[in-house]
Write a protein that binds this ligand. Structure first.
Ligand code: SAM
Length: 426
C-alpha cells in the first residue's frame, strides 16, 4: 500500500462524532424545529433518535415481508409480486374497512393475509429451524426476535407493509407517504446514474475541482427490495463504489488520494461496507434492468475505473481493487442528530433517496449537519426536489447551482425518472 493511502485511511478512521447542539443550529432555522432553548432542543433530538429507531424497526418488518413474498430459498411456491399482493389485499376489504385501513393503519381492522401469502409464511417459519447458507435467510434466523416468529406476528407485518405499498403504488399524489413510513435500505445501480451525471456537470463548471474527501449519507443495501429480489446475489451496496468510479471517470479525484466515508443508521449497511475489502476478491454483481440509451451508456461505462469488469447475461460483475475498497469506510451515524466534529471539511457530500424520508424539521437538522461537514467551496449532491430543501440550503448559504431531471427508462405505465441537484457551500 502506498504511504499516502495509509495516511488517508488513518485520518479517515479518526473522525470523531458528537450530537448536534442548540448552539449549532442557526437562529433563522429555529421556526422549523419549534425548539427555542437548549432543553427543548435536547428533547427534540432525543425524540428524533427514538423515532428513528422505531422507523428502522418498521422498515425491517417491510423487508421481512418482501423477503417472504419473493424469495425462492425457503420454498418452491410461486413468487408473489408485493405490489400486486397489496392491491389484491386492499381491494378484498369491504369499502368501510378499506377506508379505515388506509386512513388509520393496519391496527384499525381485523384481516388476515391471503392464503398464498400465509402458505409462504409457514414455509418461512419452518425454514428458520433448518440450517442455511443463504445470507438473507441467515439474517432472519439470527435477528428475527422470538416473538415475531409466529403466523400472527408475520400477518401483522404483512398488513402493515401492504398499506404503505398500496399508497405508494396506487394512491396518486401522496408524495409525503415516505415521511411517515419505516426506513428502507433499498438501493439499485440506477440511483448512481444521476450522481454520475451531476459529477460530470461539476467537471464542466469547475476548472480545477478536487473531490477527494467524500461523505456518502445513507448508501443503502440491496437486501430485500419491494420488487425484483434476486436470491442468486448476496446483499450489496453500490453507491460508495460507483461514486468512486464516477469521480475517477470524470477526473475529479486521484485513486491514490480518494477517501470515501459512508454513514448510515443501519448496522447491516455498515457491516457490508466494512467487510467488503476483506472479501477474497471484492466484487459487485450489477444487474441491468432495461433502460433508455443514455442510462445504458452509463451502465456500459460503470465500474471500469474500479477494476476488472465482466459482462453477464443479466448485467455485469465489477471487481473492485482492494486498495480502492479499503479507502471506503463506514460507520453508524444518524444525520439528523449527529455530526463529525472537528469538521472534516469534506469536498463532496452525496445523499440520494434519503432526504425524502425526512419531515421539514428533520430536513433542517440534516442539512445543518451536512453543511457543517463540507469545506467552503465544497459540493452537495442529492435528488430531493422539495422546495424546503432549496429554501433551507439558501438560508445555510449552500444554495443550489444546478439541477436536472433524468429519464432512466420508459416504464410500463409511466417513465422511471430520477433527478439531481448540486449545491455549493459559499
Ligand atoms: C432508500 S435507501 C437509499 C440508498 C442509496 N442512497 C440509493 O439511493 O440507492 C436510504 C438509506 O438511508 C439510510 N438512512 C435513513 N435515515 C438515515 C439517517 N437519519 N441517517 C443516516 N442514514 C439514514 C437508510 O438506512 C438506508 O440505508
Amino acid at each position: 500500500m502506498k504511504p499516502v493511502v495509509s495516511i488517508l485511511l488513518a485520518a479517515a478512521a479518526l473522525l470523531s462524532k458528537r450530537p448536534i447542539q442548540f448552539a449549532d443550529f442557526p437562529a433563522d432555522l429555529r421556526p422549523y424545529v419549534n425548539a427555542a432553548d437548549v432543553a427543548a432542543f435536547d428533547g427534540l433530538r432525543q425524540s428524533i433518535n427514538r423515532d428513528t429507531t422505531e422507523r428502522e424497526r418498521l422498515g425491517e418488518e417491510e423487508h421481512l415481508v418482501y423477503f417472504i413474498l419473493q424469495s425462492g430459498v425457503f420454498t418452491k411456491r410461486p413468487r408473489i409480486e408485493p405490489a400486486i399482493s397489496a392491491r389484491q389485499f386492499v381491494e378484498s376489504l369491504s369499502r368501510e374497512n378499506r377506508a379505515r385501513y388506509l386512513e388509520k393503519g393496519a391496527g384499525a381492522i381485523q384481516a388476515a393475509p391471503p392464503p398464498d401469502v400465509r402458505a409462504r409464511m409457514e414455509d418461512f417459519l419452518d425454514a428458520l429451524r433448518r440450517p442455511t447458507g443463504d445470507q438473507r435467510l441467515s439474517y432472519w434466523k439470527f435477528h428475527l426476535r422470538v416473538e415475531r416468529r409466529s403466523s400472527g406476528a408475520l400477518g401483522a407485518a404483512y398488513t402493515g407493509a401492504m398499506r404503505f405499498l398500496y399508497q405508494k403504488e396506487f394512491v396518486a399524489g401522496d408524495a409525503a407517504v415516505y415521511q411517515h413510513r419505516g426506513h428502507s435500505l433499498d438501493t439499485q445501480v440506477e440511483a448512481n446514474y444521476a450522481v454520475s451525471t451531476a459529477l460530470a456537470v461539476i467537471r464542466r463548471l469547475d476548472p480545477a475541482p478536487r473531490l477527494e474527501r467524500v461523505l456518502i449519507v445513507g448508501p443503502g443495501l440491496d437486501f430485500a427490495p419491494r420488487t425484483g429480489l434476486r436470491d442468486e446475489f448476496p446483499p450489496q451496496s453500490y453507491q460508495p463504489y460507483l461514486t468512486a468510479d464516477s469521480l475517477l471517470r470524470w477526473k475529479l479525484a486521484d485513486a491514490e488520494r480518494l477517501s470515501i466515508r459512508c454513514v448510515d443508521i443501519s448496522s447491516q449497511v455498515v457491516h457490508f461496507i466494512e467487510e467488503f475489502p476483506r472479501q477474497k476478491v471484492p466484487a459487485l454483481q450489477a444487474p441491468l434492468n432495461g433502460g433508455d440509451p443514455e442510462y445504458r451508456e452509463y451502465f456500459e461505462q460503470a465500474g471500469r475505473n474500479l477494476g476488472d469488469v465482466a459482462g453477464r447475461p443479466w448485467g455485469k460483475t465489477i471487481q473492485v481493487r482492494k486498495e480502492l475498497a479499503a479507502g471506503i469506510r463506514a460507520e453508524r451515524l444518524n444525520i439528523l442528530t449527529d455530526r463529525y466534529d472537528p469538521p472534516p471539511g469534506f469536498d463532496l457530500v452525496v445523499t440520494t433517496n434519503v432526504l425524502l424520508y425526512f419531515r421539514p424539521a428533520e430536513l433542517a437538522l440534516a442539512l445543518t449537519n451536512i453543511h457543517s461537514m463540507i469545506r467552503p467551496g465544497g459540493y452537495f449532491i442529492h435528488n430531493e426536489l422539495r422546495p424546503e430543501v432549496e429554501k433551507i440550503s439558501r438560508m445555510l448559504r449552500m444554495p443550489p447551482i444546478q439541477g436536472r431531471t433524468l429519464e432512466i427508462a420508459q416504464g410500463a405505465q409511466r417513465p422511471l425518472l430520477d433527478a439531481f441537484v448540486i449545491h455549493r457551500k459559499q
